[in-house]
Design a protein around this ligand. Structure first.
Ligand code: 13P
Length: 246
């Protein structure tokens, strides 16, 4: 099964209007690599302006509420984000699971709501260092994935991102063998739930991906792209990762 590589920047809580020039530059890099699907998940405040400057990249958001509307001060619905110009949304990032107390059930509900609003979804999973050190990473992350998987999960609107929490922003990554084993385990778990769709679903790696390690990571059989934090903030750092994907 050949799956089109998906390389997505997660800007997290970074980016003011001054950084829209980077969106434009990254959109131009994306145009040079049509075999790769490239996107930027920017802060919600930038989605509208970024969508006008995205070139060949897509623009996404970083979270949405699970409800369509209502008394949820400070929150944004998937429909609002879609109307602003988002085409994809990240759900279940570990920074939200940890700091906002999001559970697997919340994550599944958010993914379902996003799909209902016409968004595509990147669903994040990953283990803590304690779990990795205890040797339980594959079973824990597989269980997290199955518990977070929305109803109707299918490869045309859902991608998975494996992001070991201890690799995010630290400059440390698992061994290539560990990444390969995790991605194979996650694909097997997906197959147990969604059958043949598992083969077509993209499973991204995230956590300290950069221009030096991206090619080796994305050459692994079940690694279908990357979810990139720090190295996606400028075209200069992001371009080599996009190039490494194809
Ligand atoms: P870094 O690439 O900065 O480690 O962040 C990864 C991440 O959390 C992307 O969602």
């Amino acid at each position: 099964m050949s799956r089109r590589k998906l390389v997505v920047g997660n800007w997290k809580m970074n980016g003011l209007k001054a950084q829209l020039a980077e969106v434009e530059a990254i959109g131009r890099v994306a145009a040079e690599h049509p075999a790769v699907e490239v996107g930027l998940c920017v802060p919600a405040t930038l989605i509208m302006a970024a969508a006008e400057r995205k070139g060949a990249a897509f623009i996404g958001g970083q979270d949405c509420h699970m409800n369509a509307s209502g008394a949820h001060t400070g929150c944004l619905s998937a429909e609002m984000l879609a109307e602003a110009g988002a085409e994809w949304i990240i759900v279940g990032h570990s920074e939200r699971r940890e700091a906002q107390g999001e559970t697997d059930e919340h994550v599944a509900a958010k993914a379902f709501a996003a799909k209902a609003a016409g968004l595509k979804v990147i669903l994040c999973v990953g283990e803590s260092l304690d779990v990795r050190d205890a040797g339980d990473a594959e079973s824990v992350v597989s269980a997290q994935l199955l518990a977070s998987l929305p109803e109707g999960a299918a490869a045309d609107w859902l991608a998975i991102a494996y992001e070991p929490i201890w690799a995010i922003g630290t400059g440390r990554i698992p061994t290539m063998e560990a990444v390969a084993a995790m991605h194979a385990a996650l694909r097997a778990s997906l197959a147990s739930r969604i059958g043949g769709q598992a083969d077509a679903m993209r499973i991204l790696y995230g956590g300290s991906m950069n221009g030096d390690n991206a090619a080796e990571l994305m050459a692994l059989a079940d690694v279908d792209g990357g979810l990139v934090g720090g190295a996606s903030l400028t075209a200069e750092k992001f371009a080599p990762i996009i190039a490494a994907a194809g």
